[in-house]
Design a protein around this ligand. Structure first.
Ligand SMILES: [Zn+2]
Length: 58
């Protein structure tokens, strides 16, 4: 269960200051959490979950 979306979620965690630790560590960017990568990963996971549920009927 290790895909790009999950790796993104693991790398981009909220810091104690409310900023994304992943964006700061990787790009030295001060981005409020959730950053766009987290939004992308969560929507991607939701889609894959939906696809998995619907896949049984396809
Ligand atoms: Zn981030």
């Amino acid at each position: 269960m290790s895909n790009e979306a999950e790796r993104t979620l693991v790398a981009h965690l909220p810091g104690t200051d409310g900023l994304c630790t992943g964006c700061r560590a990787w790009w030295s960017r001060l981005t409020p959490y959730p950053c766009w990568q987290v939004n992308w990963a969560t929507s991607r996971q939701a889609r894959s979950l939906t696809a998995a549920l619907l896949g049984g009927r396809a």
